[in-house]
Design a protein around this ligand. Structure first.
Ligand SMILES: Cc1ncc(C[n+]2csc(CCOP(=O)(O)OP(=O)(O)O)c2C)c(N)n1
Ligand SMILES: [Mg+2]
Length: 579
């Protein structure tokens, strides 16, 4: 019999309390694989009718939750069982940690009556996960479940967002406590990034405005922080009012529409015109970007003497790789608003000629890239595939790109037609294997909007089991596998560094991924002729009953695999990284 309790009191076990908190947090679908410790949580998820998907690899659960979070800006939720489940999460969580993506992650812990006594599956899992996430919180009492779940959301969504792990010992998950209804609340402001926005110091904003108003060739360099802050309008207003072109990193694509006349495209390792604009600029305004290796071409790209204003939500990030003349610590949207206010009336007239250079240079670049974009060669040139995506994908669709070539080719050549996160690449850790789970998580978040994924054959091999999850989850994304029968990026680097024929452990066997896909109950289409790409993509987009995989046979020549460069024309200095 239940204890006598007040009307507002109810006895719940730890798992039920966790599920109740996630319910009132309106948390997104969860991705996980069960085990004994978290079973009461799974039962409560079932009883409450929350959405939870069994995944086949916990890393993929973390990737799917990461992609869900990128589309919604709400924390992704995933879970894993004690030990191997928890350790499998590492790569996925580091992606979110480095990428500034919020996640709330539950892991089962050993029963505290027996912990440390060689319990099955036991590992020093919190030690392993601690550097992979923003914070690890261990729940030591059933009654603290609501408080600590609130804390996890608050940490995940504030400052630079990131993943937070909650370790739930078995006896806490299975143990009971009589809660009061008033214990279950959550601050809605903590359920979405960017929570708790901060503004930069007004004196610094004035100094930045003084630099920009004097400049003849200012340039905005935008990273993934623009999406976390949802600062699109603020950015576009500043860019248009002051005629400032906008270049982006792979993560910052969609800062403004790639089709906007002020869009200068990708900067960094690969570039259309943006790197040239950086070289000629007299004021760089960096927004929500870490200025890491790829964005700076190994720290060679940003000229030392050019005045640089850097906006980042994390104060200690400022100046980390590159000297900043003005460091603006704060939320990107508020900082851009403040900058616009300090600049006052537009200086657009003065800079009109400069702004008009951008579409002119872009048209010239496009004409020069036609050999890739319009190529009719076989095996297929990846540039042609992305060009077909540019014409077939609906405006509101999302392109997900795996590590390796997919991210770089997509980052360079894909055109988002609107501002917003329409291109998702796992650039936090740049792992391969994000394509399938990322497309699945993004498709669940996107609802009726369509998701197309790009992955290498190596990345696909790594995570092919998640097609089963994707089919079960009813996610009809279209995945393009770059079938180059190789660990292509590695092979291309071996080619440019050690010469033709000198490849080690970078070949895959020829596979028919369309047939594999069909055997898994999904739609599989083999594409060998570039003129078939458009029809195959349309067929995939029309199929809403299962994932569709396009097995696209792309170039096998390692001299021609790199997105921006032809390795035949590449000179590699000793000790240097080619591209
Ligand atoms: C988990 C992981 N292992 C290794 C790498 C290093 N790496 C970067 S690109 C690449 C090649 C991947 O091959 P594939 O997925 O077929 O893509 P391709 O470059 O051929 O398009 C590798 C191994 C990585 N990024 N992630
Ligand atoms: Mg490959």
């Amino acid at each position: 019999m239940n204890d006598a309790v007040s009307n507002s009191a109810r006895k719940l076990n730890g798992g039920q309390a966790l599920a109740e908190m996630l319910r009132i947090a309106n948390a997104g679908p969860m991705f996980g694989m069960g085990g004994f410790q978290l079973l009461p949580f799974y039962e409560a998820v079932r009883a409450l009718g929350l959405k939870h998907f069994l995944i086949n690899d916990e890393r993929c659960g973390a990737f799917a939750a990461d992609a869900y979070a990128r589309v919604t800006n709400r924390p992704g939720v995933c879970d894993a069982t004690l030990g191997p489940g928890a350790t499998n999460l590492v790569t996925g969580l580091v992606e979110s940690f480095n990428g500034g993506i919020p996640q709330v992650v539950l892991i089962g812990g050993a029963n505290r009556d027996h912990a440390g006594k060689n319990m099955t599956q036991e590992a020093r899992q919190t030690d392993i996960l601690r550097p992979a996430v923003k914070e690890v919180i261990r729940i030591e009492a059933v009654k603290r479940v609501p408080e600590l779940l609130r804390r996890a959301f608050a940490v995940a969504t504030s400052g630079r967002p990131g993943p937070v792990v909650l370790e739930v010992p078995e006896d806490v998950c299975h143990g009971d406590y009589v809660f009061d209804a008033a214990d279950f609340w959550i601050d809605p402001a903590t359920l979405q990034a960017q929570a708790r926005r901060t503004r930069p110091d007004p004196a610094d904003v004035e100094r930045a405005a003084a630099i920009i108003s004097k400049a003849q060739r200012p340039l905005l360099l935008v990273g993934g922080g623009i999406h976390v802050s949802q600062a699109y309008e603020a950015l576009q207003e500043l860019a248009e009012d002051h005629a400032i072109p906008v270049a982006h990193t792979m993560s910052g694509k969609g800062a403004i529409a790639c089709t906007h006349p002020l869009s200068a495209g990708l900067f960094g390792r690969y570039s259309r015109i943006a790197n040239e604009l950086i070289a000629a600029s007299d004021a760089l305004i960096v927004v929500g970007c870490k200025l890491g290796e790829i964005a700076t071409r190994r720290f060679q790209l940003i000229p030392a003497g050019t005045p640089l204003i850097h906006i980042d939500v994390l104060p200690e990030e400022l100046g980390r790789t590159t000297r900043a003349d003005v460091a603006l610590a704060g939320d990107a949207r508020l900082a851009l608003n403040d900058l616009a206010a300090a600049l006052g009336d537009g200086t657009a007239a003065r800079q009109k000629a400069y702004a008009e250079e951008v579409p002119a240079r872009m048209a010239k670049w496009r004409a020069g890239a036609a050999d890739r974009l319009k190529s009719s060669e076989k095996p297929i040139n990846v540039g042609r595939l992305i060009d077909e995506l540019n014409s077939v994908m609906p405006e509101d669709a999302i392109l997900v790109a795996d590590g390796g070539f997919a991210g770089h080719w997509g980052g360079l050549l894909f055109d988002t037609k609107r501002a917003g996160r329409h291109f998702i690449a796992d650039r936090g850790l740049a792992s391969i294997g994000y394509g399938v789970p990322g497309s699945m998580g993004a498709q669940i978040a996107a609802g009726r909007r369509r998701v197309v994924g790009l992955t290498g054959d190596g990345g696909f091999n790594m995570t092919i089991g998640e097609l089963e999850t994707a089919r079960r989850a009813g996610t009809p994304f279209v995945l393009c596998v770059f079938n180059n029968a190789a660990s292509g990026y590695v092979k291309a680097l071996q080619h440019s560094m050690f010469g033709r024929g000198n490849y080690q452990s970078s070949d895959l066997v020829e596979m028919d991924y369309a047939a594999v896909t069909r055997a898994m109950g999904c739609r599989g289409i083999r594409v060998e002729d570039p003129d078939q790409i458009g029809a195959a993509l349309r067929e995939g987009l029309a199929n809403t009953s299962s994932p569709t995989v396009l097995d696209v046979v792309v170039t096998r020549d390692p001299a021609r695999m790199l997105p921006g460069v032809d390795a035949r024309a590449l000179t590699v200095e000793k000790g240097d990284r080619p591209v």
